[in-house]
Design a protein around this ligand. Structure first.
Ligand SMILES: Cc1ncc(C[n+]2csc(CCOP(=O)(O)OP(=O)(O)O)c2C)c(N)n1
Length: 553
């Protein structure tokens, strides 16, 4: 006989889970107790359930595993909701385990009781509450299967406290085999013909190609067929930005020049990309529901294919696998017309990476100047995590994602990801440089996970772009309601002192000439670093100043 909680932990190990993130709660004490005897699974205790969830997602993105987080019922679950939503939007496999009130008290408005299944159902691929401990191992196996198969995404499992403590008879813990969708040979042939017939075919590469095998298959196909590759939102690192086939990044508010160039395409091949409103710039390219050019989409779930857009061909299959199949039928040499088209787009992408604005303004450092030095000084295998906010426009524009540089950022646009994302990446890859960016708004949402970095020996460099404002919203206000500013000013703590109080090596940058020496010290430090950059609000984005926006508005 064995305790249900121990079975749960054994099941995690059987599913290759070596790290979980949690905020402990009294509703799942027995799982925490079971973890004591399971050194194979490293438990990271976070300071907020949102932070725990974001760390789990970042760890899944860099490790290829399923994100696993444990939180307490009701309040803990509510705090974790932001991560569940992000896993859904980013198509990241995730299981959120939530402690629950005892079974006899369910449905009686017990202390902190929430119906987790109903709460999370619209955001999740599957929710379940386990009432019978004999079913627990099987439910966990189903949870992993559901999170990973088809469109990856979140699953929420609610665990009544008393169920976890019951003893059950020992039995082997089930692990479901992978169920991968595959393309028919006729689809691959149809795709080959479409590419051969097109003059300006374009690959839009998405997050489901973000594995070593996926990126390698993408590059092989791009080279073999002479296909330009545009990265879907937040996937700028899916192909080396210096590769002659790299055509640009379809991120938030991508430059008109880029979208105009890409729109000339006469065949869009979306691989592992959802083509949502951000990548497609408000469903304008490729347009939805009726695109101007044929669109072929490869995604592992037939339900999503063609749901919002007419497709010339939808292939419900593993995107990396389809690219491997396509490589096998590549022409002997790419079409010269395709290579010309690649050259044209790549030249445009390189032009758009140029930024030679001022390094300093009256109200602070122009954040682009800081990012430019980061780009010059970071190693080729550095991991860059970013929060949501306008400072991120510089990160996406100026940093060259070549070699093995990885970009971690939520497609959901959730603030609060940057610091937890950097902490998780640094824990997973202690030997790599990891830098996490956040604005002053996002920093005070989840920057407290700096404490988690210190506690577990992670060594990220955390950067706050302190412009005294929820800058992105200020920018939108200037555009839509000029001279009627409201609720976007921020009065901040002394960020340098704040970072230092956690135990980080902390710096403040007020002038451009401090950037390089500070980064030199930061990169040499073998401990967590916190850098506060007093950022110009006037220089709100790489494309416009506040004064220009007010005038235009
Ligand atoms: C959790 C969450 N809350 C609110 C928003 C809306 N939002 C998007 S950007 C932004 C402001 C970001 O400010 P800051 O972190 O200071 O960065 P900045 O834009 O100034 O560079 C807000 C409030 C969001 N995306 N996520």
């Amino acid at each position: 006989m064995t305790r249900a909680a121990d079975i749960l932990v054994t099941s995690l190990i059987q599913h290759d889970i070596d790290r979980v993130f949690c905020v402990p709660g009294e509703s799942y004490l027995s799982v925490l107790d079971a973890m004591v005897d399971a050194p194979e699974t490293h438990v990271v205790t976070a300071r907020h359930e949102g932070g725990a969830g974001f760390m789990a997602i970042a760890d899944a993105k860099v490790s290829g595993r399923t994100a696993v987080a444990f939180v307490s019922r009701g309040p803990g679950a509510m705090n974790a909701a932001i991560a569940v939503h992000t896993a859904q939007q980013d198509a990241v496999p995730m299981i959120l385990f939530v402690g629950q009130v005892e079974r006899p008290h369910l449905g009686m408005n017990a202390f902190q009781e929430v119906d987790h299944a109903r709460l999370f159902a619209p955001m999740c691929k599957w929710t379940a509450e386990v009432h019978d401990p004999d079913r627990l191992a099987d439910v966990v196996a189903t949870a992993f299967h559901r999170a990973r198969a088809g469109t990856p995404g979140p699953v929420v499992i609610s665990l009544p406290e008393d169920m976890l403590e019951e003893t059950v008879s020992e039995a082997p813990v089930p692990v479901r085999g992978p169920a991968r969708a595959a393309a028919a040979a006729s689809d691959i042939e149809a795709l080959r013909k479409q590419i051969a017939a097109a003059r300006k075919p374009l690959i839009v590469a998405g997050g489901l190609l973000q594995t070593a095998a996926g990126r390698a298959a993408l590059q092989r196909v791009a080279e073999a067929f002479g296909l330009p590759v545009a990265a879907a939102v937040r996937q700028i690192d899916v192909i080396d930005n210096d590769h002659p086939n790299y055509a640009g990044h379809m991120g938030y508010g991508a430059p008109g020049e880029l979208i105009a160039a890409l729109s000339q395409s006469d065949l869009v091949l979306a691989v592992g990309a959802r083509l949502g409103d951000v990548t497609s710039q408000g469903y304008s390219f490729p347009a939805a529901p009726c695109p101007a050019q044929p669109v072929v989409q490869v995604w592992p779930d037939a339900t999503e294919l063609g749901s919002f857009r007419d497709l010339a061909l939808g292939i419900a299959a593993d995107p990396a696998e389809v690219l491997s199949q396509l490589s096998a039928v590549a022409p002997e040499a790419p079409e010269p017309a395709h290579l010309d088209w690649c050259r044209e787009l790549h030249a445009g992408a390189l032009r758009l990476r140029q930024w030679d604005g001022p390094a300093e303004a009256e109200d602070g450092v122009v954040f682009g100047a800081f990012v430019r030095e980061v780009d010059a000084m970071l190693a080729d295998d550095a991991i860059i995590a970013s929060d949501a906010g306008n400072f991120g426009a510089w990160v996406q524009k100026v940093i060259r994602f070549g070699g093995d540089r990885r970009m971690l950022g939520p497609c959901s646009g959730a603030m609060g990801f940057g610091v937890p994302g950097a902490v998780a990446a640094s824990l997973r890859f202690p030997g790599r440089q990891v830098i996490g960016f956040a604005g002053d708004g996002g920093m005070l949402m989840t920057g407290n996970e700096l404490a988690t970095a210190i506690q577990y020996g992670a060594c990220p460099i955390i950067v706050v772009s302190d412009n005294g404002s929820y800058g992105t919203i200020r920018m939108h206000q200037e555009k839509s309601f000029p001279n009627r500013l409201a609720m976007t000013d921020l009065r901040n703590p002394d960020f340098r002192a704040w970072g230092e109080s956690f135990g980080a090596l902390a710096f403040q940058i007020d002038r451009a000439d401090q950037i390089r020496p500070t980064l030199e010290q930061a990169l040499a430090a073998e401990r967590p670093v916190f850098i506060s950059v007093r950022t110009s609000l006037e220089h709100i984005s790489p494309n416009a100043t506040i004064s220009q926006l007010t005038k235009r508005g």
